[in-house]
Design a protein around this ligand. Structure first.
Ligand SMILES: [Zn+2]
Length: 204
């Protein structure tokens, strides 16, 4: 029962994140954990499939070592990153990785995104950025999961966004909030520059 509802929810949230424009094309991947500490399974989106097109048959289920138990296709190439997070964080049951455009734009710049009101207790004024590691590598899995030991949101340098939550719904909401925060900061920075000068022509 837990498995069936988790699978349905993963499909629903995949479609929602796509509709929100947070995982354009075939980018992004999400997962959730079921079971208990030291005996859990992970449901994750498949590799090479748009989150728009994920249905229940395509949801991949793996054991805690990453061995595929069911689902059509192969698990996301970022499976290891998801597994490492679940191993390090008992309190986390949902992981969302997006390439949402504004936050990812910041990741390709030298600018940071401020932790605006709504991110909970502020321990750092800005969302933490981890150094670049190629997508799908053990290196990225290690760097990202280590940085999330004490945080719930992370910018992957020159790549995208990674968030965790006590369940998948929470992680998805935090991913949305991160993107809207990046958008707000972008707008604020643009409009606080010197106003543009408008030269009016008088009509005769
Ligand atoms: Zn990615």
């Amino acid at each position: 029962m837990e498995l069936e509802s988790a699978r349905k929810n993963l499909v629903k949230i995949s479609g929602h994140l796509y509709q929100q424009g947070l995982v354009p094309g075939k980018s992004g991947n999400i997962s959730c954990k079921i079971g208990v500490e030291n005996d859990f399974k992970v449901l994750i989106t498949p590799s090479g499939v748009s989150l728009r097109d994920v249905d229940e048959k395509k949801v991949i289920i793996v054991d805690q070592e990453g061995k595929q138990l069911s689902g059509q296709g192969k698990p996301s190439s970022e499976l290891k990153m998801h597994l490492n997070i679940y191993k390090k964080r008992d309190d986390v049951q949902g992981v969302v990785h997006t390439h949402s455009p504004y936050a990812t734009g910041f990741s390709f710049s030298k600018e940071n995104i401020s932790r605006m009101e709504g991110f909970g207790p502020v321990e750092s004024p800005q969302i933490h950025v981890v150094e670049y590691a190629a997508p799908g590598t053990d290196e990225l899995a290690e760097i990202a999961s280590r940085a999330l030991e004490n945080d719930d949101v992370l910018i992957l340098k020159d790549h995208g966004v990674l968030v965790v939550g006590k369940n998948l719904d929470d992680a998805a909401l935090l991913a949305e909030f991160t993107e809207s925060t990046a958008k707000t900061e972008f707008v604020a920075r643009i409009i606080s520059r010197e106003p543009i000068q408008v030269h009016l022509k008088r009509s005769r």
